[in-house]
Design a protein around this ligand. Structure first.
Ligand code: B12
Length: 184
C-alpha cells in the first residue's frame, strides 16, 4: 500500500509523507499552552474548535488513518537572478492558491482509492488542506518520516521545509489494507 500511495502521489506531483499516528495528546497540550500564552497574536480563529484540532474523529467519524501528503514549493533561484528585482512575496504565494491546488490533487487521489475498492465510498474520506481545524504539522511529525525544525515547520529529510501539507482522513485503516495490485 505504501508503495502505491507513493506512486499515486507522484502522479499528482505530491509526495506521500506517510500515515500518521493519531495520538495528539502532547500536541494538544502544546497547542493550548501556546494559546494561553497569547501566541496566536490576535488570530482569533485559532481559539475556535480547540478540541477538534487534535481529534480527527470530530472531523470524520471513525477516522482510522490520516494520510499526510506534501507539495514541494521551492522554486529555485529564478526570482533572484542578477538584474531581476526580487519581489517581496513569500515563495508559496507565488504559486496558484495552494489550498485549491492541493485539494484538487487529493480529491483525485481519493477518487482513485475509491475506484480501487468497490466497498469504499467518497464519504469514507475527508480531505484537509490548511483550512480545517487540524494540527497538520503535528500529524506530519507523527508519520515519523521527518521532524519539526526550529522554524516550527515539518521538515522532510529529502525535500526540506519548503513543503505545503495536505491530508486525507479515512475510516479505513491503511496500515492493513492492500490495494496495490489492483490499482496500478
Ligand atoms: C496559523 C498558521 C500560521 C500563522 C502562525 C504560524 C505558527 N507558528 O503557528 C502564520 C500566518 C504566521 C503562518 C505563517 C506561515 N505558515 Co502557516 N499555518 C497556520 C495554520 C493554519 C495553523 C498552525 C497552528 O495551529 N499553529 C499553532 C502551533 C502551536 O501549532 P504548530 O505550529 O502546528 O505546532 C504543533 C506541532 O508542530 C507540535 N510542535 C511544535 N513544536 C514542536 C517541537 C517538537 C520538538 C515537536 C516534537 C513537536 C512540536 O506541537 C504544536 C501543537 O500541536 C497551519 C495549518 C494547520 N491547520 O495546521 C498553517 C501551516 C503551519 N503554515 C504553513 C506555512 C508553509 C507557513 C509559512 C512558511 C508561509 C510563509 N510565509 O512562507 C509561514 C511560516 C511561519 C512559521 N515559521 O510558523 C504550513 C507548514 C508546512 C510545514 N512544512 O510545516 C501549514 C501546515 C499549512 C499547510 N497546509 O501547508 N501560519
Amino acid at each position: 500500500m505504501e508503495q502505491t500511495l507513493h506512486k499515486i502521489a507522484a502522479i499528482e506531483n505530491l509526495i506521500f509523507i506517510g500515515a500518521a499516528s493519531l495520538d495528539l495528546k502532547l500536541d494538544h497540550k502544546r497547542y493550548t499552552e501556546w494559546l494561553s500564552n497569547g501566541k496566536n497574536a490576535g488570530m482569533k480563529y485559532l481559539e475556535e474548535n480547540v478540541e477538534v484540532r487534535s481529534n480527527p474523529n470530530l472531523l470524520l467519524a471513525q477516522t482510522k488513518s490520516v494520510l499526510v501528503f506534501g507539495m514541494p514549493y521551492y522554486q529555485g533561484d529564478k526570482w533572484t537572478r542578477p538584474g531581476f528585482k526580487t519581489p517581496r512575496i513569500a515563495m508559496y504565494a507565488r504559486l496558484k492558491d495552494y489550498h485549491k491546488l492541493i485539494k484538487k490533487k487529493l480529491d483525485l487521489i481519493v477518487d482513485k482509492l475509491c475506484a480501487s475498492n468497490e466497498s469504499w465510498r467518497r464519504s469514507d474520506f475527508r480531505v484537509a488542506v490548511d483550512t480545517l481545524p487540524l494540527l497538520e504539522r503535528a500529524l506530519a511529525n507523527n508519520t515519523k518520516t521527518g521532524f519539526i525544525g526550529k522554524n516550527t515547520c515539518y521538515i522532510h529529510p529529502r525535500k526540506g521545509s519548503f513543503l505545503l501539507l495536505g491530508e486525507i482522513l479515512s475510516t479505513h485503516d491503511f496500515s492493513h489494507h492492500s490495494v496495490a495490485q489492483r490499482m496500478l
